[in-house]
Design a protein around this ligand. Structure first.
Ligand code: GLP
Length: 241
């Protein structure tokens, strides 16, 4: 595991975008695994900027998002579909058919999980971007999720709903379920880039880096992957010293 500690969020964004851009330059048909949350926002803004300056193109890039809330309309401002279009897809030349976000509508969730899982098996992700929940979740794989899980429906932990309520009007509005790539899917990516920023992530990053590999800390599995880079800003790294 390679660990890069940056002085602040801006430098974290800079380092992360260098990695993504250099991959896209080497492989214009790369398959990217994308995350939501506040941490990758700077990265997406930087990718849009580089696209506008014609440094990179997404015309042959495919993307797969990690997760989506269940029972939330696509155009709800807190859906991950909306988030991705608002922050990235609406501003770049990606082909709509190359965008993959787990579907969360309809009533047969088993079929939706299976479909997404099959697509993931046909498309090996070159670079998976990850954030981390305060409780160590990656995607929406909450503590206790078996490491061999593939795409599945998850009941969100209270800690996750509390952490994400800042984006909603009230805790009641925060969805209770989500569809997420499983840890097994995430681990198939050729390269993984985990981003962590801010004091709220300091305890969990200490556990991920110094603790054992345990299903109680989903991100700890990353230590067993052969190509993981963690970019962590000074605040999130403050308990590592
Ligand atoms: C959500 C997402 C995760 C994300 C996490 C952290 O729960 N499902 O993919 O990593 O939030 O978000 P933030 O970057 O806002 O701290």
């Amino acid at each position: 595991m390679k660990i890069i500690i940056t002085k602040d969020y801006q430098e974290l964004t800079e380092r992360a975008s260098q990695i993504v851009i250099s991959l896209m330059e080497k492989n214009p048909q790369a398959i990217l695994g994308l995350a939501t949350g506040s941490t990758p926002l700077g990265l997406y803004a930087r990718l849009v900027e580089k696209y506008k300056k014609q440094v990179i193109s997404f015309s042959q890039i495919k993307t797969f998002n990690l997760d989506e809330y269940c029972n939330i309309p696509k155009l709800h401002p807190q859906s991950y579909y909306y988030y991705m279009h608002w922050h990235l897809f609406n501003h770049i030349d990606i082909k709509p058919e190359n965008i993959n976000i787990p579907k969360s509508g309809g009533d047969d969730y088993d079929v939706l999980c299976q479909d997404y899982n099959e697509k993931l098996k046909e498309n090996i992700i070159d670079l998976q971007i990850l954030g981390i929940g305060n409780n160590g979740h990656i995607g929406f794989n909450e503590p206790g999720t078996p490491f061999d899980k593939e795409t599945h429906i998850v009941e969100l932990a209270d800690a996750t709903r509390q952490a994400n309520k800042r984006f909603f009007n009230s805790i009641e509005e925060v969805p209770q379920y989500a569809i997420t790539m499983g840890i097994n899917n995430i681990m198939q990516a050729k390269k993984i880039l985990l981003l962590a920023s801010g004091l709220a992530k300091a305890d969990i990053m200490k556990e991920v880096i110094f603790g054992g590999v345990t299903e109680e800390v989903p991100a700890s599995i990353l230590k067993t992957h052969s190509d993981v880079t963690i970019i962590i800003d000074n605040e999130a790294a403050s308990k590592l010293k």
